[in-house]
Write a protein that binds this ligand. Structure first.
Ligand SMILES: CC(C)(COP(=O)(O)OP(=O)(O)OC[C@H]1O[C@@H](n2cnc3c(N)ncnc32)[C@H](O)[C@@H]1OP(=O)(O)O)[C@@H](O)C(=O)NCCC(=O)NCCS
Length: 393
């Protein structure tokens, strides 16, 4: 078995057929090759490794060069995707080998963090990933927002095909990337797949800036208006977008949209009958996961005013002793020789950095050994946060 990095047209005959078998419906040969060619440009910048034996591709993994806001700093991030093994070569350790190599290469290329959507979280927990909060969605009948039609809202709406509105939508996601912990953005080569999509986009403009954006489809007359995340920079942009949805009262039966973490739809109007849900029960509806690939690469992110020495254990990428010092207002990372006050697995450390588990929970979950005093220090160094992993386009 040999491992090789592939690129360009090679994808058509190596990684794509495996991914297609794993993730698509069984298609005819002709449909497959047309489909592959259309999607090739959206994969052009991916870092893809394949495992081959006797000229046959047995497994593939890809890293998408993304960006993510981690505690206020925008960092290079690896989005892991296209993980698939030939049905006759599964459970031979091929993906384990490929993924370890991919993460090592991309860590060495300067990516301190990685995010993915798992098919099963326990699989990626073995690779040091920790689960991050699942997105919530809201489902409601649009006439519940009718009051907004009578309100005098500052700003204006623009409604277009995504091909025409793409630049405004992308400008807003760029702004949110700078502002929101966890927010992630695809590279341009991949994000343009949205521009080529057949969705609608409605954007809210306030004081010359894009203050809100919603991409969506309508499945049928009197059916569902199905939106991606209702993106906004605050109440003005959000109210404009909601007033747009209210205008569909006689056109669709219901609206379903994704929510930013602070949005509480039951507060949007009186008598508003809305269901808000974070679904990790339905097949395929899994929460995102994240992991730190390099602690040194986190030097400079925001941190609380304490210092502590920790050991990171059982991890190929991170194992070692680190002195973490937040007394200057940002994190300074050094290799220390002082005795360690706590020991953490990669998943335990990742949970602290993303702010999703308390040190006590990390100990209870077996992701580290953290005595009480060290738990206090780690709580102050990495205050709890609620990351929102936006990984749409
Ligand atoms: C999931 C998949 C990629 C695993 O690939 P693989 O080459 O068989 O995986 P490996 O043999 O390298 O297994 C790595 C580890 O995960 C475990 N594992 C493998 N498949 C697993 C599964 N379905 N559930 C839980 N654990 C699994 C293995 O036991 C091994 O653990 P170990 O190293 O501690 O012994 C492969 O089964 C596949 O292609 N499935 C269909 C597509 C898919 O779901 N891809 C994932 C998208 S996120």
């Amino acid at each position: 078995m040999r491992i090789r990095r592939i690129s360009g047209d090679e994808r058509l005959t190596t990684s794509f057929p495996l991914q297609s078998y794993a993730f698509d419906r069984s298609p005819t040969e002709q449909a497959v090759s047309r489909h592959y060619r259309e999607f090739l440009p959206y994969h052009s910048g991916n870092h893809t490794l394949v495992a081959e034996e006797n000229g046959e591709t047995l497994a593939a993994v890809s890293g998408i060069p993304m960006q993510q806001n981690v505690r206020g700093s925008v960092l290079p991030m690896v989005g892991v995707a296209g993980v698939a093994t030939h049905p006759l070569a599964r459970r031979r350790g091929l993906v384990r080998t490929l993924l370890n190599q991919l993460l090592e290469e991309l860590r060495d290329d300067g990516n301190p963090v990685s995010v993915l959507y798992p098919f099963r979280s326990s699989f990626y927990a073995r690779f040091g990933y920790v689960t991050l909060p699942q997105h919530r969605s809201a489902t409601f009948a649009p006439d519940g927002l009718a009051d907004l039609l009578r309100a005098d809202l500052p700003g204006e709406l623009r409604w277009r095909r995504i091909a025409e509105g793409y630049t405004d939508h992308r400008a807003l996601t760029r702004r949110l990337l700078d502002e929101r912990h966890g927010f992630a953005m695809f590279p341009e080569f991949r994000a343009v797949s949205l521009r080529d999509d057949r969705k609608w986009v409605v954007t809210a403009h306030v004081d010359g800036e894009v203050a809100g954006s919603l991409t969506y489809r309508i499945d049928d007359h009197l059916g569902e208006l199905s939106g991606d995340t209702l993106l906004h920079t605050g109440p003005a942009g959000r109210a404009l977008l909601l007033s747009f949805l209210a205008r569909h009262a006689d056109q669709v039966d219901r609206v379903k949209i994704g929510l930013l973490p602070e949005d509480t739809p039951e507060l949007w109007a009186d008598d508003f009958r809305v269901e808000t849900k974070a679904d990790v029960r339905s097949l395929g509806a899994n929460a995102p996961m994240g992991r730190v690939l390099s602690l040194d690469g986190l030097d400079g992110i925001a941190a609380g005013p304490v210092a502590i020495t920790i050991d990171v254990v059982d991890d190929r990428l991170l194992a070692g002793r680190y002195h973490l010092d937040g007394t200057g207002g940002t994190l300074a990372v050094d290799r220390g020789d002082a005795p360690a006050a706590a020991s953490l697995t990669a998943a335990g450390l990742s949970a602290l950095v993303y702010g999703v588990l308390d040190p006590l929970e990390i100990t209870l979950r077996g992701l580290g050994t953290i005595p009480t005093e060290a738990a206090e220090a780690l709580r102050d160094l990495f205050p709890a946060q609620r990351p929102y992993v936006f990984a749409e386009f």
